[in-house]
Design a protein around this ligand. Structure first.
Ligand SMILES: Nc1nc2c(c(=O)[nH]1)N[C@H]1C(S)=C(S)[C@@H](COP(=O)(O)OP(=O)(O)OC[C@H]3O[C@@H](n4cnc5c(N)ncnc54)[C@H](O)[C@@H]3O)O[C@H]1N2
Ligand code: MOO
Length: 380
C-alpha cells in the first residue's frame, strides 16, 4: 500500500467495518462500573473485588458486576458490564483480591468505543485528496489493501534553443548552456504527483518544435515547452503551437513570466491536451510552472483538494515596488521572522535555490512597505 502514498483516490473509500471494531481500554488499570467509583477519594476510597483480568488480543472471560473490577491492559477488550476504566495510578491492591480506588471515573472514561475511529460504511479516505501517511494506516487498519487511484498525469517536458545542450555535456563551447530547466521541472512535476517525461531539446530550426509536439501529444496529459516564447527572431513557440492547437493567450501580467503562453492542443475534439509555453530563463520557467502548471497538474490528477502549501507570516525587511496591474512573485529568505527579498535578474537560477519561499504582490498593489507582515509561501 505504500505505493498509494500521494496518489489521488478515484472515489471515497468506505470502511467495511467499524474501527477499532471493539470497545477498548485506553489506559492500564481496572474495568469498573463508573457508579461504583463516585465520591471516591484518597480519604474515602471505594473498595472493589478483583474478579479477573483481560489478556491482550483475547475476548474477556468475565463480566463486571456491581462492586467488582477486572484488571485491564491498554488496548484490551472491555468486558461486559464495565462502562469505564480507572487508571492504575489511582488504585492500590490493599489486600489480595481487593482494589482500592481513590479517584472517581465517569462513564466512558478510559474507553474508546467500537466505532469511535470510523463507523462501518463511513469514509476512510475521501476521493480527490492525495493520500498521506496516516491514510495508509487507516486503510490498513480496515483491511483495505488495494484501492483505485487516478493515473499519474504524464507531463512532456520539451526544452528549446540552439544553445541548450544536455546536462551530461562535459565541455561547453562559447554561448552554450546545459539544460537546467528540464531537470528542475521534472522535480516539480514529481512533487505534484505527475510523471515527467523529458522529451529532449529541440533546435530553433523552423518546423522542429511542431514535429516534436506532434510526436509527444498522443502520449501526454500536459505538455510544457520552455523558451522561445518572447519576441526575438528565433522565438518559434507560438507559431509551432498554433499549428497543432489553439493558443489561449501569449503574455501574462506577471513578473517573472511575462512571455508565458497557454494553449490547448488536439488529440481529437474530445481529447484536448493543455500546453504551457514557459519563459526561457530557468528561474522564470520554474516560478510560472509553480503558479500555473502545478494547480493544473493537480486538477488533471483528479485532485480537487490539493495539499495546502505551508506558509509563515514574516516582517518585510525593505520596500518592494511593483507596477499596478501586474502580479509580482518575489523570492525571499526568512530569518527570525524577517523576510529578506532576494533580488537579481531572472537569468540567475541561484536566486531560487537560495530562497525559502516567495511573497506575492497582488495585481492592484503598487508595492509593499518595509515593516509590514507578509505571507511567505514556503518551498518544500
Ligand atoms: N526585447 C525583449 N526581450 C526580452 C523580453 C521582452 O519582453 N522584450 N522578455 C525577457 C524575458 S522576461 C524573458 S523571461 C526572456 C524569455 O525569452 P524566451 O522565452 O524566448 O527564452 P530564450 O530567449 O530562448 O531564453 C532566455 C534565456 O534562458 C536560457 N535558457 C533557455 N532554455 C534554457 C534551459 N533549458 N536551461 C538553461 N537555460 C535556458 C537561454 O539560454 C537564455 O539565456 O526574454 C527576455 N527578453
Ligand atoms: O518575465 Mo522573464 O520570465 O522575467 O525572466
Amino acid at each position: 500500500m505504500s505505493a498509494a502514498l500521494h496518489r489521488v483516490p478515484a472515489a471515497d473509500i468506505l470502511s467495511p467495518q467499524a474501527l477499532p471494531g471493539f470497545a477498548k481500554s485506553t489506559v492500564d488499570g481496572f474495568a469498573v462500573r463508573a457508579a461504583d467509583t463516585y465520591g471516591a477519594s484518597e480519604g474515602l476510597p471505594s473498595y472493589l473485588d478483583l474478579i479477573g483480568s483481560v489478556r491482550m488480543g483475547e475476548a474477556p472471560a468475565v463480566s463486571v458486576k456491581p462492586g467488582a473490577c477486572v484488571a485491564m491492559p491498554t488496548g484490551g477488550v472491555i468486558p461486559d458490564g464495565a462502562d469505564a476504566v480507572v487508571m492504575v495510578e489511582y488504585t492500590a491492591e490493599t489486600m489480595p483480591g481487593t482494589i482500592e480506588v481513590t479517584r472517581p471515573v465517569a462513564p466512558g472514561g478510559g474507553i474508546v468505543r467500537a466505532d469511535d475511529d470510523v463507523a462501518a460504511g463511513a469514509p476512510l479516505v475521501t476521493g480527490g485528496r492525495p493520500l498521506r501517511a496516516p491514510d495508509l494506516g487507516l486503510l490498513a487498519a480496515a483491511g483495505v489493501t488495494s484501492i483505485c487511484v487516478h493515473a499519474r498525469p504524464r507531463v512532456a517536458i520539451i526544452s528549446t534553443g540552439d544553445e541548450v545542450v544536455p546536462p551530461e555535456t562535459a565541455h561547453l563551447t562559447a554561448g552554450q548552456v546545459r539544460d537546467a530547466t528540464a531537470s528542475a521541472l521534472a522535480g516539480l512535476v514529481i512533487e505534484a504527483g505527475g510523471e515527467p517525461v523529458i522529451a529532449g531539446i529541440v533546435s530553433d530550426e523552423p518546423g522542429a518544435l511542431k514535429e516534436k509536439l506532434t510526436e509527444v501529444l498522443p502520449e501526454s496529459d500536459l505538455v510544457v515547452v520552455s523558451a522561445g516564447s518572447s519576441v526575438g527572431a528565433r522565438d518559434e513557440t507560438a507559431g509551432a503551437v498554433a499549428a497543432v492547437g489553439d493558443v489561449w493567450c501569449h503574455g501574462l501580467a506577471i513578473k517573472p513570466g511575462k512571455p508565458t503562453l497557454l494553449a490547448e492542443c488536439g488529440r481529437g475534439s474530445s481529447d484536448r491536451v493543455p500546453l504551457i509555453g514557459l519563459p526561457g530563463n530557468p528561474l522564470s520557467a520554474l516560478v510560472v510552472f509553480g503558479q500555473i502548471g502545478i494547480p493544473l497538474l493537480w486538477r488533471i490528477s483528479g485532485c480537487d483538494k490539493p495539499p495546502a502549501r505551508p506558509n509563515v507570516r514574516a516582517r518585510l525587511s525593505r520596500d518592494l515596488a511593483s507596477a499596478a496591474g501586474r502580479l509580482d512573485i518575489i523570492q525571499v529568505k526568512v530569518t527570525d521572522g524577517v523576510a529578506e527579498p532576494l533580488f537579481g535578474p531572472s537569468a540567475l537560477l541561484s536566486v531560487l535555490t537560495r530562497a525559502d519561499g516567495y511573497v506575492i504582490i497582488p495585481e492592484p498593489a503598487t508595492g509593499l512597505d518595509a515593516g509590514i507582515d507578509v505571507d511567505v509561501t514556503l518551498y518544500p
